[in-house]
Design a protein around this ligand. Structure first.
Ligand code: AMP
Length: 221
């Protein structure tokens, strides 16, 4: 059976962390469009340069570029049973494109987990977030500190602070979320796919809540 789960929510709410948990639970790939853009930026290729010109300002990368990139990611063999989508769709046009794409693959969005948290806590989470250079593992100086400061527990690479996690860009990202991404709450509510999860609790408590939602919603979950 094909399973597609979308994680929706403002920047810093824990979509990436919880996506990895779900991907592990369901043995499906975790697809983060932000991670794919960052990998291209690191490689310094054309897509990376283009994406960086938007990401560094906290703006969304244009829909046509993002949709084409996702379509290409779905052709990889690890996506044969579905995927956990983190940070895509981010606009109603992307959601429409996703529906068409999944139709063509014989699947559909099975569940949208909408993770929420108040704006103040998002700013605190993003400002304290440290990301690993090699593979994008994520830590937080208070909520999930690495064993050794500045070093990734998992692969030993350097931890850095994302440029777009700095204060001015964060406010812009939250604003863009409200204007461009929040309409997806209604979009997926109308389709009866949305389940809200309170993201303010600890990582483990949010994962436990998500696990119980998966059990209810997915036949084999
Ligand atoms: P994230 O890692 O999900 O926080 O994404 C980081 C940045 O990448 C966002 O602020 C956007 O600039 C860009 N980005 C990621 N996903 C998308 C998307 N689905 N559509 C447009 N831009 C995106």
């Amino acid at each position: 059976m094909l399973t597609y789960i979308v994680l929706l929510g403002p920047p810093g709410v824990g979509k990436g962390t919880q996506s990895k948990f779900i991907a592990n639970e369901l043995n499906l790939p975790h697809i983060s469009t932000g991670d794919i853009f960052r990998a291209n930026i690191k490689q310094g290729n054309e897509l990376g340069k283009l994406a960086d010109s938007f990401i560094s300002k906290g703006q969304l990368v244009p829909d046509d570029v993002t949709i084409a990139m996702l379509r290409e990611r779905f052709t990889q063999p690890d996506c044969k049973n579905g995927a956990i989508l983190d940070g895509f769709p981010r606009t109603p046009a992307q959601a429409d494109a996703l529906e068409l794409l999944l139709n063509s693959l014989g699947g559909r969005v099975n569940l949208v987990l909408f993770i929420t948290a108040p704006a103040e806590s998002l700013i605190e989470r993003l400002a304290g977030r440290w990301t690993c250079r090699a593979q994008g593992h994520v830590f937080h100086e208070r909520f999930n500190p690495p064993k050794v400061k500045g070093i990734c527990d998992i692969d030993g690479s350097e931890l850095y602070q994302r440029d777009d996690d700095k204060a001015e860009t964060v406010l812009n990202r939250i604003e863009i979320y409200k204007n461009q991404t929040a309409p997806l709450i209604q979009y997926y509510t109308e389709r009866k796919l949305l389940t809200e999860v309170n993201g303010i609790e600890s990582i483990e408590a949010v994962s436990a809540e998500i696990k119980s939602v998966l059990k209810k919603v997915l036949p084999s979950g």
